[in-house]
Design a protein around this ligand. Structure first.
Ligand code: URA
Length: 240
């Protein structure tokens, strides 16, 4: 096949070992394509059509991966960065081969829900301003939150550059010298949450994203941990 992908690459992508391991497995006759043992690593195949077996067990090809990370502070949300460690740096090689990228950005000092995937279409849908996907943040700020702040946020707030945000929902957990709130916004402007609180004279001292659309951060994930999304969660995300 002319336009396929190399057999060793595909089998390695499916988690059957490094490219080097897989080459050995192929040479040793452990891999079949369309029921025929293939010992040529370079054979180009179409993983969506050709049927691959490894030790006589069918290999389920997948094109996309979807990871949910509880992003820790200190990592940047990009695929590579000359100065800082990125969220992609800490994921396993078996996922890196899919060339995943973070779906949207969280600041270096922000924690919480970050989707890492190689599905560009899904990323575009989730991030498109047109879609108005809700993003909910847990926020700690350095002052008392009053009812008037809830109203100001619900009406949309004019940021330092003159941009007026869409209406947002502020839920107060407690109002104190350090207040704890949840803020739900539908956009993703640069440093948006911090800038919204700046406008009312408050500084964000802790920020964590807890949901995106109808997908919630798995509470069992510690900062820096990640896992694959379930089929159900992928659908939730697609329908958000
Ligand atoms: N708003 C911010 O200010 N920072 C983030 O990381 C996300 C939203």
């Amino acid at each position: 096949m002319k336009n396929g992908e190399r057999l060793d690459k595909i089998v390695a992508n499916m988690g059957y070992g490094s490219r080097k391991d897989v080459k050995k497995h192929i040479k040793n006759g452990r891999v079949k394509v369309n029921n025929e043992i293939i010992r040529n690593n370079e054979l180009k195949i179409n993983p969506e059509k050709d049927i691959i077996h490894f030790d006589d067990i069918q290999v389920n090809y997948r094109k996309f991966i979807y990871l949910m990370m509880n992003k820790p502070q200190g990592l940047v949300s990009s695929t590579d960065d000359s100065r800082s460690k990125t969220v992609v740096d800490i994921i396993d090689n078996k996922y890196k081969v899919f060339k995943p990228f973070p779906v949207g950005r969280l600041d270096k000092d922000t924690e919480g829900l970050l989707i890492i995937s190689n599905d560009g279409k899904m990323a575009h849908e989730l991030l498109s301003p047109r879609k108005k996907v809700n993003k909910k943040y847990y926020v700690e700020v350095d002052n008392y939150i009053e009812d008037e702040h809830i109203n100001i946020f619900s009406e949309g707030i004019t940021l330092d550059d003159g941009y007026k945000t869409l209406p947002s929902q502020l839920e107060v957990v407690n109002s104190s010298i350090i207040s704890r709130v949840y803020l739900t916004i539908q956009e993703g402007k640069f440093h948006q949450v911090k800038r919204m609180f700046d406008t009312i004279g408050m500084k964000v001292i802790y920020l964590k994203r807890v949901s995106m659309g109808d997908l919630n951060l798995d509470k069992t994930l510690e900062p820096g941990e990640y896992r694959e999304l379930t089929e159900y969660e992928i659908n939730v995300l697609r329908n958000s």
